[in-house]
Design a protein around this ligand. Structure first.
Ligand SMILES: [Zn+2]
Length: 493
């Protein structure tokens, strides 16, 4: 007979047994791995394209749509969508770093490539340089995907670097170049290296070291176009580069390869049965915006959009296996559609009259300075050029005064130029006459600028393909990386 005490004991044991049975019957919830909760547990993307327009947010995108409208229609209200602005899934990301609401490209890129926030100037490590953050490109490589990194600026610049390097400063160009050679990634393309032999130019050339590690380094158009899959790991550098080892601004580009050419070649080389990850940066959108040059900006956004068209051609062949994500790392210039002088009107077609970037125009100013010297400059000499190269024919007395003042500053040796607050606000450290010409033209077009640096506004994200729906909503820039990792089937670390 079971005593009362034993009965209670048995009941307790039975209850515990029942609870254990019930617990076993309920499917176990997976232990959440940080970041994976933002990921995609369904079908994985085999091919991932990550397009980053440096300095590109809604103002750059919208002004390009309006500008394209003026090129392709006589209807003044027509604006033409870009390849990526018609993507089915769109969201927004915050861009702040750990050190500032206004991020730089290194901190923003680190967030976009690794899913971790860091401080401005830092590439792929925490702000104290003690923890290395693993990048999605490194994860993709480990998983057996081929990896490509393409940029229209130097390939050791902050945005490309955050995918393969880990440095306390984005200016450690030599160390970044060595990391490129050590990455084992399959395709680096676009601009060159800023410091291939170190700051004192006395170290072994990073490209030679890359060659020893099995890279084929090519820098002629013929060699680049001839590259084939059996060439293995490749570093393809645009010949005839512009300043700072970057590709030409699109507005200045003649017969050189375009960002789309480098993207198409990348697809050809990377395509393989295990899949690939390719990051393509439109790096000079940012540079044009730093210089407050709208015509150069919209042309570079269009070049970036043409590169996306190459990914879309690939997508059309592999729609169930491909993800394309397009975003920016931050806004640059405080660009806006709207200027106090033009109120509710815009005249975007005016910037179509501009035939060259501020950088090319700087060269003309320099040549003029060499001819006339410090004190003999005359705005009259420039009026025909401003008309033919910028379409500036309706200059007011106020415009002419600003232009004359700037021209006088531009004739001085840079050491002799005024360094006060007003000078910085007017010219931002750029060639004063160039800045004034593009400022006046932009203002007449109804385009405003607030800064020569970045701004802290949120940036749009556009996605198409496998897992694209995960990019809807308003989230942090680190989440963009976590979402891509989840969809690519690699684990955020
Ligand atoms: Zn940037």
């Amino acid at each position: 007979m079971i005593s009362k005490k034993n009965w209670i004991c048995t009941a307790v044991v039975m209850s515990a047994f029942l609870i254990a049975l019930l617990a076993a019957a309920v499917p176990k919830q997976p232990v959440a791995i940080a970041g994976e909760e933002n990921g995609y547990y369904g079908k994985k993307a085999k091919y991932v394209f990550y397009f980053i327009g440096d300095g590109m947010a809604m103002p750059q995108i919208n002004s390009t749509e309006i500008f394209k409208g003026t090129l392709n229609s006589s209807d003044p209200m027509y604006k033409e969508k870009l390849n990526f602005t018609v993507f089915p899934y769109q969201g927004m990301q915050t861009t702040h770093s750990t050190s500032s609401f206004i991020t730089d490209s290194a901190a923003a890129g680190t967030a976009l490539a690794t899913g971790h926030k860091t401080a401005n100037d830092v590439v792929g490590v925490d702000p104290t340089n003690t923890i290395k953050f693993k990048t999605m490109a490194e994860m993709a490589k480990e998983k057996g995907l081929k990896v490509g990194i393409v940029s229209s600026v130097s390939i050791d610049h902050a945005t490309p670097a955050v995918f393969y390097a880990h440095e306390p400063s984005r200016n450690n160009f030599y160390e970044i170049a060595l990391a490129m050679g050590n990455s084992g990634f399959d395709y680096f393309a676009g601009g060159g290296l800023l410091s291939p032999t170190g700051k004192k130019k006395d170290l072994p050339n990073a490209l030679d070291i890359a060659k020893q590690k099995g890279y084929k380094v090519v820098n002629s158009q013929e060699e680049i176009m001839r590259l084939a899959k059996n060439d293995g790991k490749v570093i393809a550098i645009q010949p005839d580069l512009a300043a700072e080892e970057a590709m030409q601004y699109e507005i200045d580009r003649t017969n050189q390869l375009s960002l789309a050419d480098f993207t198409r070649k990348g697809i050809e080389l990377l395509d393989n049965p295990n899949g690939f990850f390719m990051m393509v940066e439109g790096g000079k959108i940012d540079w044009a915006c730093h210089a407050n040059d709208a015509a150069t900006t919209v042309r570079d956004v269009m070049a970036f959009d043409n590169a996306i068209a190459e990914a879309l051609k690939f997508y059309a062949k592999h729609p169930t296996e491909t993800l394309i994500v397009v975003t920016g790392d931050h806004e640059t210039g405080g660009m806006s559609i709207g200027f106090s002088g033009t109120k509710y009107e815009t005249f975007a077609s005016k910037i179509n009259k501009q035939t060259m970037s501020f950088e090319e125009f700087d060269k003309k100013i320099k040549a003029y300075r060499a001819t006339v010297g410090e004190t003999n400059a005359n705005l009259q000499d420039w009026l025909p050029i401003l008309a033919s190269e910028f379409g500036l024919v309706d200059l007011t007395a106020y415009d002419k005064q600003r232009l004359s003042d700037a021209l006088a500053q531009s004739m001085l040796d840079s050491k002799k130029r005024a360094k006060d607050e007003q000078t910085y606000l007017l010219y931002g450290g750029y060639e004063p006459f160039s800045m004034t010409v593009t400022h006046i033209l932009n203002q007449k077009a109804g385009i405003g600028w607030t800064t020569y640096a970045h701004t802290g506004v949120a940036v749009p994200v556009f996605a198409q393909g496998v897992g694209g729906e995960k990019f809807q909503g308003y989230y942090d820039n680190t989440d963009v990386a976590k979402k891509i990792m989840g969809i690519m089937g690699v684990k955020f670390q």
